[in-house]
Design a protein around this ligand. Structure first.
Ligand code: 3H9
Length: 696
């Protein structure tokens, strides 16, 4: 008898229990129930001498079913299942492949042995969901692999490969292929031996561990995961293996798991997990839409952006040609790419061979004709409409049929660019974020003629090059920058009204963002912002609005472009890049305020945070109302992966939802009374509040 989610069979005298819960064999209720039932049947059957536990499809159990979190847990829970497996009087081997993660690895650690295919990636990624392993992972892993390994794996959540797991004592054998055949031979070879103790029985407590190691990890975490609780709870749980018995340690883990499970950090990170996956689903593009093959790429422009974009292709083995209009610029660009890879090698994160391989995949050319064989052409020239249009008419003449023609723009109108080609259905926006080889977000912009095949293929390509794609509509600044412009405008208004630049940045940093709006401006380059503002002014975007960026313009005119000129809103040390407050900038804001007749006042941190947060939210709601984003969660993904918004706050829309949309609207209305230009009314938000609804 097979249950819905577990099947089993007997080969010779070995029982095989297989998870069948696609796509990732999550340990849902049916799976847990089936696991216990199958085991009980096998334990009763005297012909069966040993057991293999494995998963069908692409992976062994990839963890607890995250969609069950927050709902009442139906028995048996995962701890109960693992206990049954631990107490088996017949040896059990977990045969691992794919991604045995979280509860999946915890279950495997409850077995006597673990073997794996060499391609397997094992890990306890729970902290990425704001929780800690809650089915014994914090107690079993240190007993198997030592405290240091457990700390590193559990606090980072990063999976390790099978070779590493073998060396660390987490698994017993690695196979290249034929997992079940090899697992059968493995378990048969153990039948005549004494039953191997399970992890929990290996040692009463983990000994010889210096307390420093916990302190060092906590210090590291407090820097790296500012504001986060779950990695610190994980350390506390792991520490219990050194001073508590296994049973008491499990109890401690349970307590800490509950604290994390009930936290905003966890609900926000789980929201992020599902949002990231939801963003891949485009309602009007069927799953079976034809995907254009992409086996080669060309990137036009080998500046900071172009070079970074090219690296993304080489990183996944796609040959890429970078094109510059002069040999000199090309050499400069190629040197930067080489330097970037060399830095990774010197940090020990890339082998020399891999370095050579990636460099060999990138070729340079100073002839635009070199794009003619590329499956995708990414234009990354200067952000200027006429230049881009001119470039696209040339690309149109040279690119091969069915090639995707992508423009890396952060604000410009994709349709205008597409008009300069004879094939607007192949033109799409790909807004990479700087540094393009590091930042995960890829904002994909759909023009009015972009074909479904091109959208689906670009989304797929984004995944292949390990980006997190979000589809945006073609409005000025798309999703991310349209909101960011309003956020920056708000920051400038705050500075004019009396808040200090450094205080505004501090509030945002303390909230958890990577940096505040003025520091971002200095990093991105005040010259870039100036060009956008200039265009906006020409287009009349600020007509009738209180345009707040005059200080930024003045700084630009003084040649203070930010970090690249060692001076912008802050002053930067040439060597260390450390920033110092520049009192002159606050005085400039004061002067502008006087000229505009703004009466200055003390502005507290709460108002700074609220105005900046709701400026994002209000604009996000307008984008949703106008249909330029598919869903609020896409906006959250955009901000977490492209703008340094703290993931553990769930993104600007989720944060507002958690705060309460009714309260948010009340505050917005209050600000609007004082300054209507800064707070346009959004009917969508008003309607949501009226109907007492949240985003969905
Ligand atoms: C845990 O185990 C807690 C325990 O310690 C304690 C318990 C008491 N649950 O990512 P993909 C869905 S916490 C439910 O596109 P890939 C996903 O939403 C858990 N659903 O595939 C998507 O659905 P859809 C610890 C899940 O091949 C579909 O599967 N484990 C789960 O790129 C395909 O996912 C983790 O944190 C889940 N656990 O990557 C592992 N996992 O098609 C989380 C996936 O409707 N998962 N889905 O959009 C992953 O990291 C990746 O999914 C994995 C596959 C690497 C496995």
């Amino acid at each position: 008898m097979d249950t819905q989610a577990i099947k089993y069979e007997i080969i010779e005298n070995i029982g095989i229990i297989t998870g069948v819960n696609p796509p990732v064999n999550a340990l849902s209720y049916n799976v847990r129930k089936g696991l216990v039932e199958a085991l009980k049947l096998f334990l009763k059957n005297d012909n069966i001498k040993g057991i293999i536990l494995c998963g069908e499809g692409r992976t062994f159990f990839a963890g607890a079913d995250i969609s069950e979190f927050g709902k009442p847990m139906q028995s048996p829970n995962l701890n109960e299942v693992i206990l049954e497996y631990e107490n088996s009087n017949k040896p059990i081997v977990a045969a691992l492949h794919g991604s045995p993660l979280g509860g999946g690895l915890e279950l495997a650690m409850g077995c006597n042995y673990r073997v794996a295919l060499s391609s397997t990636k094992l890990g306890l990624p729970e902290v990425k969901l704001g929780i800690i392993p809650g089915a014994g992972g914090t107690q079993r892993l240190p007993r198997l692999a030592g405290v240091e390994k457990a700390l590193s794996m559990i606090t980072s959540g990063i999976p390790i490969d099978a070779k590493n797991a073998l060396e660390s004592g987490i698994i017993e054998e690695v196979f290249e292929d034929k997992l079940i055949e090899n697992a059968l031979n493995f378990i048969k070879s153990k039948l005549t031996l004494d039953i191997h103790p399970v992890a929990s029985k290996l040692t009463e407590k983990v000994s010889n561990v210096k307390n420093d190691i916990f302190i060092n990890f906590s210090n590291k975490i407090e820097k790296k995961h500012r504001g986060r609780k779950s990695p610190l709870c994980a350390i506390e749980a792991i520490k219990a293996t050194t001073n508590l018995s296994f049973t008491d340690g499990l109890e401690k883990e349970r307590e800490l798991f509950k604290v994390c499970h009930d936290s905003k950090e966890s609900s926000s990170l789980i929201h992020m997990f599902f949002s990231e996956r939801k963003a891949l689903k485009i309602p009007d593009i069927p799953k079976d839409t034809q995907i254009l093959p992409i086996n080669s790429a060309a990137v036009i422009g080998c500046g900071t952006m172009g070079g970074g974009i090219a690296m993304n292709f080489a990183n996944v083995g796609i040959p890429v040609t970078v094109i510059e209009n002069s040999q000199d610029s090309l050499d400069k660009g190629m040197n930067i790419i080489e330097k970037n890879y060399s830095n990774t090698v010197s940090k020990g994160r890339m082998t020399q061979n891999e370095f050579k391989k990636r460099m060999s995949l990138i070729s340079g050319s100073s002839k635009l004709e070199s794009i003619s064989n590329a499956d995708v052409v990414v234009e990354a020239v200067f952000e200027e409409m006429n230049l881009k249009k001119e470039m696209f008419s040339k690309i149109d003449a040279l690119a091969k049929e069915n090639s995707i023609l992508a423009t890396n723009t952060s604000t410009l109108d994709i349709d205008q660019i597409a008009e300069s080609t004879s094939r607007p259905q192949f033109v799409i926006g790909t807004h990479f974020f700087s540094p393009a080889n590091v930042m995960k977000l890829l904002e994909i912009v759909r023009g009015k003629h972009t074909s479904k095949e091109v959208i689906a293929s670009t989304m797929k390509l984004a995944k292949n090059i390990k980006k997190v794609p979000v589809l945006a509509g073609n409005c000025d600044g798309f999703i991310g920058n349209r909101m960011f412009h309003e956020y920056v405008r708000q920051a400038h208004a705050l500075a004019e009204e009396g808040a200090k630049v450094a205080d505004i940045d501090r509030v945002i940093y303390d909230f958890g963002w990577a940096m505040g709006p003025f520091a971002v401006n200095d990093l991105a380059g005040n010259d870039v912002g100036w060009r956008i503002r200039k265009r906006h002014k020409q287009e009349g975007k600020y007509d009738n609005l209180r345009y707040t960026s005059t200080v930024a313009d003045q700084l630009f005119e003084l040649g203070r472009y930010g970090q690249k000129t060692n001076r912008g809103f802050y002053i930067y040390d040439q060597q260390t890049r450390e920033k110092k407050i520049d009192p002159e900038v606050d005085m400039m804001f004061e002067k502008v305020a006087k000229e505009k007749g703004i009466s200055r006042r003390q502005i507290d941190d709460k108002e700074i945070l609220s105005r900046l947060s709701w400026a994002l939210l209000n604009t996000g709601c307008m984008i949703l109302e106008e249909g330029y984003a598919l869903r609020a969660s896409d906006i959250d993904v955009t901000y977490a992966y492209g703008y340094g918004y703290p993931h553990w706050r769930g993104g600007p829309m989720k944060y507002a939802e958690d705060y309460g949309l009714e309260k948010v609207l009340e505050e917005i209305k209050n600000y609007r009374t004082k300054n209507p230009d800064m707070w346009p009314k959004c009917n969508y938000l008003e309607q949501l509040v009226k109907e007492k609804k949240n985003f969905n």
